[in-house]
Design a protein around this ligand. Structure first.
Ligand code: SF4
Ligand code: SF4
Length: 318
């Protein structure tokens, strides 16, 4: 089966690498990726100018195929930067859009188990150097079977402590029956359930939800995001999300109404709540482009300020 999608201001090579969906793919050439694991294994995504071409062998329901291509290519989402109206954050968002507007949000709800594995493994390590390698070895042997992964000797994949911790987290996740609840819960409700699991903090829960739900407001507060927000001086001061508060409270009144919880006492200074307030549906995309820019320019040590497109807006630089 084959489908072609017109895609203006889009770049497959900017979209897939920052998404945990990339742990299911291999890049075989410029703007050419093949899915090695998960739903629609063998799916080929290729971009030629402003055309995205998707192909897979065998029979697949056409509607399901088209939907999956839009989700995994990221083309279901368009970053509407006009949603941000005022302030320094608008200037930063506009500038990032000029440079990285081709990046979209690649998500795969049907591959939840694989992406859970990949996100949990990514704690305090390099995604490109280690997580992709561990995932490839695990999925090659055990596919996305969480029971198998949780109870297997994973030394065939590596000896790092992240692999031992993955098993503990998956056992807790499974013992709570969350694998059967994922499809029934809203992103906000699932976030709270995930946070009760051993080894899952706000960043892991948010990354998992961002890349497995149509939930662009979700924003994982990772190192690149925190570094750039701080250096640019987007907020005078902020604090990071705190797991125990996230379990008990909601970030804003909309979420409080949905979940029947009180609004968090940290909501006026917590980075996650501030960015959701100021960016809305651009929040997850903003994290994605900060990840791209942070990886190339705004590195935690030795940022390349002289080449940075944000240098005239940056407090750190000045
Ligand atoms: S505002 Fe509170 S509930 Fe929301 S992310 Fe921050 S710490 Fe968690
Ligand atoms: S000017 Fe330097 S510190 Fe500021 S955003 Fe750019 S790379 Fe980061």
């Amino acid at each position: 089966m084959r489908v072609e999608v017109r895609a203006e201001k889009y770049d497959l090579d900017l979209t897939l690498p920052p998404s945990f969906v990339s742990s299911l793919y291999v890049r075989v050439g410029p703007r050419h990726w093949i899915k090695k694991f998960g739903f629609l294994k063998g799916l080929r995504l290729m971009q030629a100018n402003s055309l995205l071409i998707a192909e897979v062998d065998g029979h697949v329901n056409e509607e399901v195929f088209k939907e999956e291509v839009l989700l995994e290519s990221g083309l279901w989402y368009y970053p509407d930067v006009s949603l941000v109206k005022n302030g320094k954050i608008k200037k930063v968002v506009d500038r990032l859009y000029e440079a990285y507007g081709g990046a979209r949000l690649s998500i795969s709800p049907r591959d939840f188990n694989y992406i859970l594995t990949s996100v949990v493994l990514s704690k305090r390590t390099s995604y490109g150097r280690f997580v992709l390698m561990w995932c490839s070895r695990i999925f090659e042997k055990l596919d996305g079977d969480l029971e198998e992964i949780a109870h297997s000797d994973l030394r065939f994949a590596g000896t790092s402590y992240q692999l031992d911790q993955l098993k503990l987290t998956l056992r807790d996740f499974l013992s709570r029956g969350l694998d059967k609840q994922v499809a029934k819960l809203s992103p906000s409700a699932l976030r709270r359930e995930l946070l009760r699991c051993w080894g899952i903090g706000p960043k892991v829960a948010d990354a998992l939800i961002l890349f497995t739900f149509r939930s662009p407001k979700t924003i994982p507060c990772d190192t690149h995001l925190k570094t750039m927000v701080k250096r640019l001086g987007l907020y005078e001061e902020f604090v990071e999300p705190v797991k125990q508060l996230c379990i008990k409270y909601a970030c804003n009144s909309a979420e409080a109404d949905e979940l029947g919880l009180d609004v968090c006492p940290n909501s006026s200074r917590c980075l996650r709540a501030l960015l959701i307030r100021d960016l809305g549906d651009l929040a997850g995309w903003f994290q994605t482009v900060c990840y791209i820019h942070g990886g190339s320019y705004c590195k935690p040590s030795k940022p390349s300020c002289e080449k940075c497109l944000l240098s005239d807006l940056c407090r750190y630089r000045s």
